[in-house]
Design a protein around this ligand. Structure first.
Ligand code: GLP
Length: 250
């Protein structure tokens, strides 16, 4: 099956962030009540900074926007400094006019994580589905916390993190010691993400070139969960020159 993934080559991480923020801002302008899916990690930080600038300088309002976040560490409260809820609060929500009741993050302290996962899927459906889901990619090809081995039809659930993901998230940017990184997370599934009407995956840096090449050129396989985005009706990868690697030469 030929891939339908559209590739958008940008010079560097700053240009990737601008392009992603412009696309999201355009979606909000076109539909002020748009439903956005959001990601954490280093990659979207520039995009969020640019959205804050657009909000403050150009008056873009997020007051009617609904958001869903991809994932959350199991065992962390939303107040924990390393929770993805806190990431979203400090990088975006505290600086724009989203309404707290419209921003949905999985609860890492849910008494029954499976029920929490089901409720998350139900909430997305009750909001009419996600219009645009912003994604990053792990160096092992994971999207959200769908680690290698995740099937294409998986939905929101508890997952155990691989040692590679634990190492990547304890390199000093977030955690400094692998021992401190939670071993499990709640994550939206690949099918949950695939259901979005439109998908924007961002990748920057040479360490993302291999998973991006596998996602775009490899056969769709659980070994590289991002490869399951092939075939989506509206999926764009925005890549800087390092993450694009040889793809930009084709
Ligand atoms: C984490 C997140 C993913 C993110 C990935 C890449 O594990 N769960 O949603 O895409 O890491 O993160 P980064 O952008 O920091 O490279």
């Amino acid at each position: 099956m030929p891939t339908t993934i559209k590739l958008d080559f940008q010079r560097d991480a700053i240009a990737v962030a601008r392009k992603a923020a412009d696309t999201i801002a355009g979606a909000v302008r076109a539909n002020p009540a748009v439903v956005l899916g959001l990601a954490t990690g280093s990659t979207p930080e520039g995009t969020y900074a640019e959205l804050i600038r657009i909000h403050k300088e150009e008056g873009l309002s997020f007051v009617a926007v609904t958001t869903f976040n991809l994932d959350e560490y199991l065992g962390l409260s939303g107040d924990h400094s390393q929770s993805y809820r806190q990431f979203m609060q400090t990088r975006l929500f505290n600086h724009i006019d989203t309404r707290p009741w419209n921003t949905h993050c999985l609860n890492g302290l849910a008494a029954d994580p499976e029920l929490e996962a089901e409720a998350f899927e139900t909430k997305i459906r009750s909001c009419g589905g996600v219009d645009l889901w912003l994604l990053g990619v792990g160096s092992n090809g994971h999207i959200a916390f769908n680690e290698p081995g995740s099937p294409p039809d998986c939905r929101t659930r508890v997952i155990s993190l691989t040692s590679e993901t634990i190492a990547a998230n304890s390199d000093g940017r977030f955690y400094s010691d692998p021992k401190d990184v939670p071993r499990q997370a709640l994550t939206a599934g690949i099918a949950t993400i695939y259901d979005a009407r439109s998908i924007l995956l961002l990748a920057t840096g040479a360490h993302k070139a291999a998973p991006i090449a596998a996602a775009v050129e490899g056969s769709p396989s659980p070994e590289c969960p991002a490869s399951f985005l092939q075939g989506h009706a509206d999926c764009t990868f925005i890549l800087d020159a390092d993450a694009a690697g040889d793809l930009s030469a084709n």
